[in-house]
Design a protein around this ligand. Structure first.
Ligand SMILES: [Ca+2]
Ligand SMILES: [Ca+2]
Length: 171
């Protein structure tokens, strides 16, 4: 009986693994559903004793769970079910997707705002954003431009802080 269940779940894992390959094109439109299959597959891989739960030591191969085991273990029973494992991974991944989308939106807004400024638009200012922190770098002609560019970046919607690495051109 037990072996039969295990056989079925192995078949299921194989079917899920195969379907996650065939739904790659679909994954672009619906990442959450496609990820779900990948979670089940990686869960099975981590579950070395086939207990259908993951202990803290089984899951520690994934850095994602390193310090967050207790958060992922929603019912606090000291192990992760496939649902707890998948929920946690999907939450973290969705946050990352949102963060990356909002970072690139901030970058475009800062660039657009810099371009609006007569004194700045001809300059080669590089804009990068990580977790809502904007990094400005490149060369400018005057000290005033360094502060002006930083001020514009800081006033852009969504920006939490600005790291200013702009430097004066030395001729
Ligand atoms: Ca296990
Ligand atoms: Ca649990």
């Amino acid at each position: 009986m037990r072996n039969n269940t295990h056989f079925k779940s192995t078949l299921l894992a194989i079917a899920l693994a195969a379907s996650s390959v065939s739904t790659l094109a679909f994954a672009v439109d619906n990442p959450t559903e496609a990820n779900q299959n990948a979670y089940v597959t990686s869960f099975k891989t981590l579950d070395t004793d086939n207990s259908e739960t993951l202990t803290e030591s089984e899951v520690q191969k994934e850095p994602l769970f390193d310090k967050n085991f207790a958060t992922a273990d929603e019912n606090n029973n000291g192990s992760l079910s496939v649902e707890e494992y998948s929920n946690y991974k999907s939450q973290v991944e969705q946050k990352n997707v949102k963060r990356i989308a909002s970072d690139s939106l901030i970058t475009s807004k800062v660039k657009a705002n810099l371009l609006k400024e007569e004194g700045l638009k001809s300059l080669q200012v590089s804009v990068k954003t990580h977790q809502s922190v904007v990094l400005l770098s490149g060369f400018v002609e005057t000290e005033a431009q360094i502060y002006h560019a930083a001020k514009i970046a800081a006033e852009t919607e969504g920006v939490t802080s600005v790291k200013n690495s702009l430097v004066l051109k030395k001729d």
